[in-house]
Design a protein around this ligand. Structure first.
Ligand code: COA
Ligand code: AMP
Length: 639
């Protein structure tokens, strides 16, 4: 690490190491508590201990009410910018509070109370943010399901979360097509064993959904009626350790993991991060170009900027095609954003369309200070391109749905450390990272191994999986005792910089979206002509990785292979959703396996990516790998 750096990082990290509880107790002073914590950290509660036990608080209060009380009421809380509908709208903190307290009253009228779950299956519209905060206001637990997931995935989440209500909209809007949400919602409720009591449907002008008599209710009608009756719900005090939300993320099987976020630790960590990691001040304009269906959207479109009293830009559009590769520059310039947080894939898309960034010259980006990238590995050429074109620091930082905020990053607010391309920089306070081998021995600098985090995890990280403590233990703490297993592989260099290289499990990262190849294999295997299958992630210049499925057909299947492959592609879209970006199924005579019957997915990936590979000593029949290579020819993958 550069000795000349003026960053306060080392001092702050050391301060945390010396006294973790004191560090977080100090950070907690930035939050309003109805009752202070009995203990900053109680190692006796939960699986690895719990933060701020005994404290009473409300996340919505801290995101809205207290800012209005502190004279921030007229400041914009949310700017909605939607090139797909042509709408731009701004909501002040006071207006937001009014919308949220009204919607919270509507939810309460349906009997929703503290601890009840509410599923949100929503496009990127302000009402989705109002709904998240309305749940937080009354202590209900929201679970947002990304709009690109199909009915079956939604049904799995309904069965697991058992929501009293589902909030949805008539449609989402993708470039060139309207995605009708309501038929997907109806199908999901038909498929699920658990049935919600009611659904609130936001009718968008682009598509009017048919309503189910008795079950479905018109969102706008209920809002207007509640406003006419002056119904407003107050904040309900909840324990800091009570759940704020459940967010499902891909596990190694088709059954998603319900990551639980609590109220107190989450607020403390996110508030700390806005100033110290992102270097943003209250009152400044911040833009996170993700989707509220992902953790990045939860934390940095909704909660962190609002807890901080900043203005959050919510963007319903794409980096390219809405209308062009200058869209991001337009939004930054129009709303005077000081920082943008997005996934590297978005920048790869822009770079592909406008390699010289000619469209930049149309916009004034003088307010813009920093670009933050996360969600997947930030490839050095993309980082370099962004640095050159934007002439601002580009900060890669690494985190996961489970952690809810950054594990390793470059703390802009504390003073930036020198950037090393390919590295997410250094651990944030709260995270002690080790690189270990399979036997949990620490590895020296420069050696790749499993990245693990010493328990306890800091505030903001998940305390457990929804009603699945045992799955939490098995998935995250069993393999490396005393540590949280990130399931990412990487190394640290001599300066302590962390390099995150990829997953150690069967999760792949497609355009910054985390997907399970195991889940896709379950779908492929359900096709009536498929005997066995394997799905791997292959390199893709735009999306980082894309899935590629290999299928062995049942003996006696004489149908055209191309037709079956097309059906398989359609089946994944139908069962998992378009977000899987599953476009390639390849029929092969057999799959390469070890003598004990394990499919050699790693070697298949190397072949597909055109990388060097060695013949595994345990292979059953080496010829099969040649067959895989032959089958991939002309498919335009990898390399
Ligand atoms: N509802 C319904 N469908 C959706 C959807 C939504 N909310 N979001 C995406 N989809 C669909 C897309 O239309 C696409 O469908 P198609 O197969 O018919 O083209 C499919 O899901 C795959 O979407 P995506 O992976 O986003 O690819 P894309 O080609 O539409 O766009 C990028 C490529 C790079 C522009 C885009 O992936 C992007 O902006 N990524 C940023 C990722 C991000 O923000 N990640 C969050 C973590 S920070
Ligand atoms: P998600 O839970 O969807 O946020 O995905 C988390 C996974 O994305 C991590 O486990 C990593 O594999 C990957 N990831 C996220 N950010 C980075 C990063 N900055 N560098 C490398 N990989 C990343």
């Amino acid at each position: 690490m550069d000795a000349k750096t003026t960053s306060r990082y080392r001092e702050i990290y050391a301060q945390w190491q010396r006294d973790p509880e004191g560090f977080w107790a100090e950070a907690a002073k930035e939050i309003d508590w109805f009752e202070p914590a009995a203990k900053v950290f109680d190692p006796g509660q939960g699986i690895y201990g719990r933060w701020f036990t005994g404290a009473l608080c409300n996340t919505c209060w801290n995101a809205l009410d207290r800012h209005v009380a502190a004279d921030r009421g007229d400041q914009a809380a949310l700017i909605y910018d939607s090139p797909v509908t042509g709408i731009t709208a701004s909501y002040s903190y006071s207006e937001m509070l009014y919308e949220v307290a009204t919607l919270a009253a509507v939810l309460a009228d349906f009997g929703v109370k503290k601890g009840d779950r509410v599923i949100l299956y929503m496009p990127m519209v302000p009402e989705a943010v109002f709904a998240m905060l309305a749940c937080a206001r009354i202590g209900a637990v929201h679970s947002v399901v990304f709009g690109g997931f199909a009915a079956k995935e939604l049904a799995k989440r309904i069965d697991d979360a058992r929501p009293r209500l589902i909030l949805s909209a008539s449609c989402g809007i993708e470039p060139g097509r309207i995605v009708k949400y309501k038929p997907l919602l109806d199908e999901a409720i038909t498929l699920s064993d658990f049935k919600p009591e009611a659904c609130l449907i936001l009718q968008r002008p682009q598509e009017r959904a048919a309503m189910n008599e008795g079950r479905d209710h018109d969102w706008a009608g209920l809002r207007d009626a509640a406003m006419a009756d002056r119904k407003l719900a107050d904040c309900v005090p909840v324990l800091a350790t009570d759940p704020l939300y459940i967010l499902y993320t891909s596990g190694t099987t088709g059954l998603p993991k319900g990551v639980v976020r609590d109220n107190g630790g989450h607020m403390v960590a996110l508030k700390w991060s806005m100033e110290n990691l992102y270097g943003v001040k209250p009152g400044e304009i911040w833009w996170c170009a993700s989707d509220i269906g992902w953790v990045v959207g939860h934390s940095y479109i909704v909660y962190a900027p609002l807890l901080h009293g900043a203005t959050s830009v919510m963007y319903e559009g794409k980096p390219v095609g809405t209308p062009d590769a200058g869209a991001f520059w337009r939004v930054v310039s129009q709303h005077k954003a000081v920082a943008l947080f997005t996934a590297p894939t978005a920048f790869r898309a822009i770079k592909k369309e406008d390699p010289d960034a000619k469209l930049l010259s149309k916009y004034d980006l003088s307010t813009f200070r920093t670009l933050f990238l996360a969600g997947e590995r930030a490839d050095p050429p993309t980082v370099q391109w962004a640095e050159e074109k934007l002439n601002v620091p580009v900060v890669d930082h690494w985190w996961q749905t489970e952690t809810g905020w950054c594990i390793a990053g470059n703390p802009v607010g504390l003073g930036m450390l020198p950037v090393k391309h390919g590295s997410a920089t250094v651990p944030m306070p709260g995270y002690e990272i080790d690189i270990v081998d399979e036997s949990c021995n620490k590895l020296p600098a420069g050696t790749i191994g499993s990245i693990v985090v010493k328990l306890p995890l800091p505030p903001g990280c998940f305390p457990t999986l929804w009603q699945q403590d045992e799955r939490f233990r098995e998935s995250y703490t069993a393999e490396f005792p005393g540590y949280y297993k990130t399931a990412d592989a990487g190394y640290r260099d001599a300066d302590g910089y962390v390099f995150v290289m990829g997953r150690t499990d069967d999760i792949i990262n497609v355009a910054g979206h985390r997907l399970s190849t195991g889940g896709m294999e379950e779908v492929l295997a359900s096709h009536s002509d498929v005997a066995e299958c394997a799905v791997i992630g292959v390199n893709d210049a735009l999306k980082g990785e894309v899935p590629c499925g290999f299928v062995v057909l049942k003996a006696g299947v004489t149908r055209d292979h191309a037709e079956i492959e097309k059906e398989i592609v359609a089946l994944v879209r139908e069962k998992i959703g378009p977000v899987a970006a599953f476009k390639l199924a390849i029929t092969v005579p057999r799959l390469p396996k070890t003598r004990s019957g394990k499919i050699l997915r790693g070697t298949m990936k190397k072949i597909a990516d055109g990388e060097q590979w060695t013949m595994p000593a345990t292979i059953d029949d080496p010829v099969i790998l040649d067959e895989i290579g032959t089958a991939l020819k002309g498919k335009g993958v990898g390399g």
